[in-house]
Design a protein around this ligand. Structure first.
Ligand SMILES: Cc1cc2nc3c(=O)[nH]c(=O)nc-3n(C[C@H](O)[C@H](O)[C@H](O)COP(=O)(O)OP(=O)(O)OC[C@H]3O[C@@H](n4cnc5c(N)ncnc54)[C@H](O)[C@@H]3O)c2cc1C
Length: 239
């Protein structure tokens, strides 16, 4: 697997625990990847050993578009507070580190179906790349994104997806708060509640789920109970 040295171009705190990290490739010109794939950040200092497997890495999905293979973006939840989170917290403009990849088959290969994307928290990361890539490339089937967060303080990417939904008539963005604190006008509850009440609207949709192991387990079981076939559900577990 190819290793790329990257340099931090900018970092933005999106919520109390979510950071956007933008890096550029230092030596190689481009990272070839498909929307939805991830890379491994090397989180321990490099040793001279030739065996890459001995290096610790943490996986992060690319949130940027494949057409921008030199400038990569990530959305990182630092809650785990392990070395991956620490790397992001410590990163400053100019900080260099290595990453390897791309990895993963969490991509949209069947472009003939309507798509339902279900994410909580940082699980939105691969969907940002996938949805933008699909819309920009003229995908003409329907896309619905259900994005679940706890309360108003956790909201991020809201304006961006709202704008996309205004721009593209085939894209519907449904943000949900499970415990709104204020005068939230949108959907409330967990995304499973929304599916429970609205699954018939998504008959025939291919479903993509990304988030914590528990969220994926619950959402996947619910979809299956509502008639989805196992092959009609793609999952990416953030663990
Ligand atoms: C394919 C793939 C893609 C991923 N993409 C992203 C991404 O785009 N953005 C992102 O933020 N994460 C992503 N993750 C998850 C991320 O790789 C892990 O959360 C990673 O373990 C964080 O590394 P760390 O060094 O900070 O913590 P670690 O040292 O790995 O973990 C520290 C401790 O925290 C626990 N822990 C792990 N995750 C959580 C959590 N969410 N909340 C609380 N405790 C936790 C662990 O069990 C461990 O005990 C992805 C995971 C996979 C498998």
């Amino acid at each position: 697997m190819e290793v790329h040295k990257v340099e931090v171009v900018s970092k933005k705190q999106l919520t109390s625990k979510i950071y956007e990290l933008n890096v550029r490739l230092v030596n190689s010109s481009n990272l070839e990847f498909k929307a939805g794939q991830c890379v491994g950040f090397h989180v321990l200092p490099e040793t001279d050993g030739p065996d890459l497997q001995t290096k610790e890495k943490r996986l992060y999905s690319l949130t940027s578009l494949p057409e921008h293979g030199n400038e990569l973006s990530f959305c990182v939840d630092v809650t785990p507070m392990g070395p991956g989170s620490q790397l992001v917290l410590d990163a400053k403009v100019g900080t260099q580190f290595n990453l390897e990849g791309p990895y993963g088959g969490f991509i949209v290969s069947d472009k003939t179906r309507d798509l339902l994307f279900l994410a909580t928290g940082a699980g939105i990361a691969p969907f940002r790349s996938m949805i933008k890539d699909l819309l920009k490339s003229g995908f003409d089937k329907k896309i619905t994104l259900l994005f679940g967060l706890r309360n108003e303080d956790d909201i991020f990417y809201h304006d961006e997806f709202s704008k996309l939904s205004e721009e593209y008539s085939n894209f519907t963005f449904i943000p949900m708060l499970s415990q709104p604190k204020g005068d939230w006008k949108g959907e409330t509850g967990r995304i499973t509640k929304y599916i429970e009440e609205n699954s018939s609207k998504f008959t025939g949709y291919l479903a993509y789920i990304c988030g914590s192991p528990e969220m994926i387990k619950d959402t996947r079981s619910l979809l299956i109970s509502k008639g989805w076939g196992v092959r009609d559900i793609k999952i990416e577990i953030f663990h």
